[in-house]
Ligand binder design. Structure first.
Ligand code: FES
Length: 154
């Protein structure tokens, strides 16, 4: 069930778009901001508010990889696996991350601190390899730099 605050924030977006369906991504981001992820129940409630089916809204969520449809940790580490980062050391970086955090891609650490996910090009190819932690972009990330980066996120 959406909270009154979530509902209010979503409805406030209606004024900025030509129709309710166009608010899809913003609405899911609002719920994610409050809850960390978008559950099936929330998705259904949002869809109802936007006068669309839950399947249609889920389709939008599928194409937008910053909407989390499963619970995630306090911080989400997204590792770019597109071509420039691949060439500049993605695989070594991924191995360092999975080994330091003790999880595989798609998993969350036991203490709930980090979730590790792949992501497509972050638009900083000239500073590959790159990772994004929550909303922060980190570039030229090598294994030596990794501890300093992760340390910032408690
Ligand atoms: S390929 Fe990784 S930032 Fe572009």
């Amino acid at each position: 069930m959406l909270s009154p605050e979530e509902r209010r924030e979503i409805e406030a977006e209606f004024a900025h778009y030509p129709n309710k369906q166009a608010v899809s991504i913003d609405a899911m981001r609002i719920v994610q901001k409050h809850r960390g992820w978008v559950s099936d129940e929330c998705l259904k409630d949002i869809a109802e508010l936007l006068e669309m089916s839950a399947d249609e809204l889920d389709g939008v969520a599928t194409f937008y990889n910053l909407i989390f449809r499963r619970p995630v940790g306090r911080h989400v580490v997204m590792v770019c696996d597109s071509v420039s980062c691949w060439i500049m050391g993605y695989d070594r970086l991924r191995r360092e991350l999975t080994s330091r955090l003790g999880i595989q891609m798609g998993e969350t650490t036991a203490d709930g601190r980090f979730t590790l996910l792949p992501i497509v090009c972050l638009g900083a190819c000239d500073h590959a390899p790159t990772i994004m932690v929550d909303a922060d972009l980190h570039h030229d990330v090598d294994p030596q730099k990794l501890d300093g980066v992760l340390e910032k996120y408690k």
